[in-house]
Design a protein around this ligand. Structure first.
Ligand SMILES: Cc1ncc(COP(=O)(O)O)c(C=O)c1O
Length: 434
């Protein structure tokens, strides 16, 4: 069993579930690759994760043996494909402890899931008979935060433009935490929805949501949590979190691209008007008007990403088999190790929490005055893959006064040796640019 040294300051619990990282790595064919003559060191899992053989095999097997359209054919292949697709929905519902399978809506990704909710609001605002919780207009407010991914900013800006509502946001502290000091002034009876990132893709911050949830309930607003960076890395229980919607995206959790999830409370989804119209989302259609199917079908117009959903089900099986608590703990140890190791690099500045508490395994930093693109290029020449740029979170870069950041992010297959390779690579960068 490959174990990692527990960094100083980490509590040492006996009952922490562990797994064999070397065995997990053997499941990911891509990790055997070389890049520029060096072993691949992949530190960009916040961007997209790699896929284990167990998921790749299910994807190929689906197309090879069970390919058919879903929810419309009575033949054997159609039935098999429908069962596999709906079976994946059931696995995902169990993974996040959704009270009902029908609360899981398949989308293309997190971005589409957030847009779906935002468009449901403006569509509702055009219908006099719509549920008032979704009707929004001048005088109403939408609340987000300064640490959102663009996917959780732009859809709400567009909704505000379409409806005349006002967009407001939580600021970020110097330590990269959500500044909740103005909570009661920010979230008020005017608020229709608060849409908040659970774990920041750029700062690594994991937001504690309990106080915000309580305030949202007091004022009668709705709460959406963008869990794109948390569902892949920690146990998620939608009942416990008590949000109204959560979104996540398959490709960051060992699944394929092209598949994401909107989870919504059953009664809210039932009250939401459709967004995309087309096949499979109707109850009946005449030339003059249509009526709509119950959720989740109401929100899955057209042929869905069938094989992708089935493969996401396989990804959920894979992650469950290892254990989400074990994955979370592994990444916590890696984060503590990386924060200690990066602190030894002269001139390195970390953006976001510099302790392994209330944060995940995504660390953004600057190395002196070296431009992140130069950092990324030197690291790439050594096989070390990190992301550089604004990370689709430009307001965070603006907040910290930099045009771009370098980001290393970890997952269940990451090792401390890879973090050592990053640190050694950064020493190389310093030599090149000194
Ligand atoms: C926090 C967060 N939200 C939303 C997204 C958007 O995910 P996708 O591009 O899969 O829709 C990302 C992707 O990086 C993310 O990190």
């Amino acid at each position: 069993m490959t174990s990692i040294a527990i960094p100083s300051g980490m509590p040492q619990y006996d009952d922490v579930p562990r797994f064999d990282v070397a065995r997990v790595r053997a499941d990911f064919p891509i990790l055997d690759r070389e890049v520029n003559g060096h072993p691949l060191v992949y530190l960009d899992s916040a961007n997209t994760s790699h896929k284990p053989r167990q998921v790749l095999d299910v994807l190929a097997e689906h197309y090879a043996m069970h390919n058919a359209n879903v929810s419309r054919s009575v033949h054997t292949l159609g039935t098999e494909a429908t069962e596999a697709y709906e079976g994946a929905r059931a696995k995902i519902a169990a993974f996040i402890n959704a009270p009902s399978v029908d609360e899981v809506v398949f989308t293309k990704n997190s971005t589409e899931a957030i847009n779906l909710v935002a468009y449901a609001f403006s569509n509702a605002s055009l219908r006099p008979d719509a549920d008032p919780r979704f009707r929004i207009g001048p005088g109403d407010e939408i609340v987000i935060s300064e640490m959102e991914h663009h996917s959780n900013i732009v859809p709400w800006q567009l909704l505000a433009e379409r409806t005349g509502a006002t967009l407001r946001w939580f600021p970020v502290t110097d330590h990269g935490r959500l500044d909740e000091s103005g909570l009661d002034d920010l979230v008020t009876e005017r608020t229709k929805i608060v849409s908040l990132v659970h774990m920041s893709n750029i700062l690594g911050t994991v937001n504690a949501t309990a106080r915000i949830t309580q305030r949202v309930r007091e004022v009668g607003a709705l709460l959406l949590l963008d869990c794109s960076q948390s569902v892949p890395h920690m146990p998620m229980d939608v009942v416990d979190y008590d949000a109204d919607f959560i979104v996540f995206t398959g490709h960051k959790m060992c699944g394929p691209t092209g598949i994401g999830v909107l989870w919504g409370r059953g009664e809210l989804l039932a009250a939401m008007p459709p967004v995309l119209g087309g096949g499979s989302m109707i109850e009946t259609v005449s030339m003059a008007r249509s009526t709509f199917a119950a959720p989740p079908a109401r929100f899955e117009a057209g042929t869905p990403p069938i094989a992708e959903a089935v493969a996401l089900g396989a990804a959920v099986d894979y992650l469950t088999g290892i254990g989400m608590r074990a994955i979370q703990w592994h990444e916590k140890e890696l984060t503590a190790y990386a924060l200690d190791a990066l602190a030894t690099v002269p001139g390195l500045r970390i953006f976001g929490p510099n302790v392994p508490v209330g944060r995940g395994g995504t660390i953004s930093f600057a190395l002196g005055d070296v431009h992140p693109h130069d950092v990324g290029q030197v690291l790439d020449s050594l096989g070390v893959q990190v992301r550089v740029g604004h990370h689709c979170a430009k307001p965070v870069c603006t907040r910290f006064g930099v045009p771009a950041m370098t980001r290393a992010s970890f997952y269940l297959y990451t090792t401390t040796e890879e973090i050592d390779a990053l640190v050694a690579g950064l020493e190389q960068v310093r030599k090149v640019f000194d």
